[in-house]
Design a protein around this ligand. Structure first.
Ligand code: SF4
Length: 454
């Protein structure tokens, strides 16, 4: 039970945006807890409300502004942080009552702003109370951020402007955090960054001692060491790599998947397939041999699931470019695909490119890519019927009128929040989120699987 100190100040948090922003929110809250603040689950109980914003797309900015407006209306004492911190003037013009605006990763600045807005209660015991890290994700999975920023300059992206150049964390610090998370009950680690395959490039893959041996700040070393961790049940945690670019050295992690040290899953944001569009997008690792590489990865690790995202309607994308992408998808047979219609982002180089694609053409292409990828996904999931797969449980339901309990989980091919689910029937009441069970797959639709514990 949480001990509440007299006059303990309470902080509310509205966290918007991507998993990386969620990790920032967790860090801020962990710091504030260590400073003696309590968390508030609602506006009314908070002395001050933090809004962690996302400013990546114009639609995300609108959502962030709406969230700030709601927090002002409901509570009135609001501090804004996150990617939209770059737009401090815009925020202040719209909401003059905002107490402070700080940018992404400015942990010190945001903590200081909270201290000013709601000075912490000074108690003699505060420093003596061990404060566990605050986690906004369920306890059984955790995001592990390995670097900030990015060295690329993709034409549609303003992350390098917002977050700066690639800055990798020390490998021993990353591993220590992962070890702590696993000891605290994490069964699945989601490795995130802007460019996971570039991890350590900025620090020349420096070596640090970990346990009794040196490890390099490199994606392969990181993956191998994460695969050696053990949960309290003595199992290896699931370890997923997100935002990996298909550089040649990525080949080295595929055998780790075949060995069971790494979850057979890669999240590679290809964004397009047409060489002309990729060139206009200024994408890294834009090389023709990707299909061959996918084939060889599947030979080494037949169960590997590849997820990706694509942008349709990028300026200058012709019908031939788009058809090239659809044909490429037929060949690539990706397991999971997210598609986005191109949207100009204030400050991005792509906004100045000629030949914008009309909105109705974007819509039509979006519908076509969704139809194509849904058909591929449905066929791949159909092929899993009859197999027995490990599934991590996310939620267990209440008994229905017959006393049957259902549960929802994910196979190794499904990352939380972005991929599909496995729906289980008639599970034992003792089943808990985070349990990993063997499930016999009985049915499938376009995105989800259905089955029962084997
Ligand atoms: S790789 Fe490209 S899209 Fe990804 S963060 Fe860097 S600049 Fe943005």
């Amino acid at each position: 039970m949480a001990i509440e100190l007299p006059d303990q100040k309470r902080v509310g948090m509205v966290s918007l945006g991507c998993p990386k922003a969620l990790v920032d929110s967790e860090r801020i809250l962990t710091r504030l807890r260590a400073d003696g603040y309590a968390m508030s689950g609602d506006y009314a109980g908070a002395d001050v409300v933090l809004v962690n914003t996302c400013g990546f797309l114009d639609s995300a900015k609108e959502e962030s502004l709406a969230a700030i407006g709601e927090a002002i209306a409901e509570n009135g004492r609001v501090i804004v942080t996150g990617c939209m911190g770059e737009d401090a003037d815009l925020i202040r013009a719209k909401y003059p009552a905002v107490l402070a605006v700080t940018g992404a990763h400015q942990y010190e600045a945001v903590v200081e702003a909270v201290h000013e807005a709601a000075p912490p209660s000074q108690g003699p015991f505060i420093d003596l109370i061990p404060q566990p890290d605050v986690k906004l994700t369920p306890r059984h999975y955790s995001y592990l951020k390995i670097s900030e920023g990015c060295n690329h300059s993709c034409a549609f992206c303003i992350i390098p402007q917002l977050r700066g150049k690639l800055a990798s964390r020390r490998i021993d610090a990353v591993l220590r955090e992962a070890e702590k998370l696993v000891a605290a009950g994490t069964k699945e680690l989601l490795v995130i960054s802007q460019d996971t395959s570039a991890y350590g490039v900025d620090i020349r893959h420096e070596e640090r001692m970990w346990k009794d041996h040196p490890v390099r700040a490199h994606m392969t070393d990181l993956a191998r060491e994460l695969g050696q961790l053990r949960t309290s049940e003595g199992r290896a945690p699931w370890v997923r790599l997100h935002y990996v670019y298909p550089y040649p050295h990525v080949d080295a992690v595929i055998p780790l998947m075949a060995e069971g040290l790494l979850t057979p899953y890669l999240d590679i944001p290809f964004q397009h397939a047409s060489p002309t569009v990729l060139k206009a997008m200024k994408r890294p690792a834009n090389e023709a041999k990707v299909l061959e590489r996918l084939r060889s990865w599947r030979e080494i690790c037949p169960d590997i699931a590849v997820r990706s995202s694509f942008v349709v309607g990028f300026p200058g994308e012709t019908e031939a470019d788009f058809q090239y992408l659809l044909d490429w998808l037929d060949e690539a047979q990706l397991d999971r695909v997210g598609a986005f219609r191109f949207e100009p982002v204030a400050g991005a180089a792509a906004n100045d490119l000629p030949n914008p694609v009309p909105e109705e053409v974007k819509e039509e292409r979006y519908a076509r890519i969704m139809e194509k990828t849904a058909a591929i996904s449905a066929a791949k999931l159909q092929a899993k019927i009859g197999r027995t797969l490990p599934v991590i449980i996310d939620a267990v339901g209440e008994p229905d009128e017959d006393g049957d309990i259902g549960a929802t989980g994910r196979s190794q091919a499904d990352a939380p929040e972005i991929d599909g689910a496995v729906h289980l029937r008639e599970v034992p009441a003792s089943l808990q989120p985070g349990d990993i069970v063997e499930v016999r797959i009985e049915d499938a639709d376009e995105h989800d699987l259905f089955g029962a514990i084997a």
